[in-house]
Design a protein around this ligand. Structure first.
Ligand SMILES: [Zn+2]
Length: 394
């Protein structure tokens, strides 16, 4: 006991100066970043470095704090409409915002992309994309693509895994309960009850579990998911068609939102989503859904191969990198995306353009990867080898 206390006090005392130094370094770094942005130096660097680059940014939800859905929205993937508007102003100032149609024309070799191209994307298919993001996109004359999980179209509530994730982050569900939940959902599969990543295993693999089984387990363990169902959480078919009529593009985001490398039915995840969404967009005269974003950003070379074989022509990952173009043309169907998070680009409600600039302007360039596969595409396709998903990618 005594030793523990001494160590605790000793650590605190030793930590104090290093914390002070670290705070000072962070302050200086922030001040330098702001100065570089305000003087135009960062912008000049961006104009030179990213002239022949496609940047793809990823959002999930746009809400107002007074909206009833705000309280349980996951903070890492939710932005206020105010900040989203500021982001759009920033994009228009520093980039040429392009549509998915233009990116598709680029990979087909029909039309090159302009310099400093930027594609705006949303994942999941939340109704707030229509309520709050669309008016702002129209105001700023910007196109966007929404990747939708086909099984949740029209649902009042969001995926149960999102409610569970929120309950865990809010401290309402313990690690012990998660350890009891895992075997009830995935009978027979090995797991470490103390693994802090157990929640992510459940979130990534849970959507494919039969709902009757899920709710029986949740009831048995007395887990209170407390889903918010009003206003409705997910987009309906009519609303998706309305988004297309307003110039937005639709892509697929799996059938159930299961991480594709963990899926027990990969073909269904790829094909059901594409067929369902193609039915919806064809009402507005769009031919078919040809783009996919990987749920949780998770993929392997096998997933890429199967997705291209299923007819997708563009695949979006969660790898935070920009894509280098060749004479304005995309040379790979596998494109990285950079998550834009409220907590990074805004502090106390104040937009921080210098932070967004340093994140996007200096993002790693997607490396050409040598592995080639015999793929159903007219393009030379450079693919990554098996890639593990980032631990907290949505
Ligand atoms: Zn998602």
């Amino acid at each position: 006991m005594r030793a523990t206390r001494a160590t605790f006090l000793g650590d605190s005392a030793a930590d104090a100066p290093s914390k002070l130094v670290w705070s000072a370094v962070r302050f200086l770094r922030g001040a330098m970043r702001t100065a570089l942005y305000r003087t135009g130096a960062l912008s000049l660097y961006h104009r030179i470095r990213n002239q022949h680059v496609l940047t793809v940014v990823a959002f999930h939800r746009v809400l107002r704090p007074e909206d009833p859905r705000w309280t349980t929205a996951l903070v890492n993937w939710t932005m206020t409409d105010e900040t989203f508007g500021q982001c759009l102003r920033f994009f228009n100032r520093h980039y040429n915002v392009v549509s998915l149609g233009e990116v598709m024309a680029s990979i087909e070799g029909k039309c090159p992309l302009p310099s400093r191209s930027l594609l705006i994307t949303f994942d999941d298919g939340f109704a707030d994309n229509l309520d709050y993001a669309l008016p702002l996109l129209r105001k700023h004359n910007a196109s966007a693509t929404i990747f939708i999980t086909s099984d949740v179209i029209g649902h009042e509530e969001r995926l149960w895994t999102e409610d569970l994730l929120w309950a865990v982050t809010a401290g309402r569900v313990s690690q012990e309960t998660l350890a009891q939940l895992h075997p009830l959902l995935f009978a027979g599969s090995a797991y470490d009850p103390d693994d802090p990543m157990l929640i992510w295993e459940i979130v990534r693999q849970g959507p494919q579990v039969d709902l009757a089984r899920v709710y029986a387990a949740i009831h048995r363990l007395k887990i209170e998911l407390a889903p918010v169902t009003h206003p409705r959480q997910m987009l309906t078919r009519d609303e998706i068609a309305g988004l297309v009529a307003n110039g937005l593009f639709i892509g697929a985001h799996g059938k159930t939102h299961t991480a594709l490398p963990s899926s027990s039915d990969l073909l269904s995840e790829l094909c059901h989503a594409r067929t369902t969404l193609t039915e919806v967009v064809s009402v507005q005269g769009h031919a078919q859904v040809d783009a996919l974003s990987f749920p949780h950003g998770a993929y392997t070379s096998e997933v890429v191969y199967q997705a291209l074989a299923a007819g997708y022509r563009l695949l979006f990952t969660g790898d935070a990198e920009v894509c280098v173009l060749k004479d304005g043309f995309l040379t790979t169907p596998v494109v990285g995306r950079i998550d834009v998070q409220e907590r990074r680009v805004s502090r106390k409600g104040k937009f921080r353009p210098a932070v967004l600039a340093s994140t996007l302007f200096a993002a790693p360039r997607q490396r050409a990867r040598p592995a080639r596969f015999g793929l159903p595409s007219q393009h030379a396709v450079a693919l990554p080898a098996a890639v593990a998903p980032a631990s907290t990618t949505h």
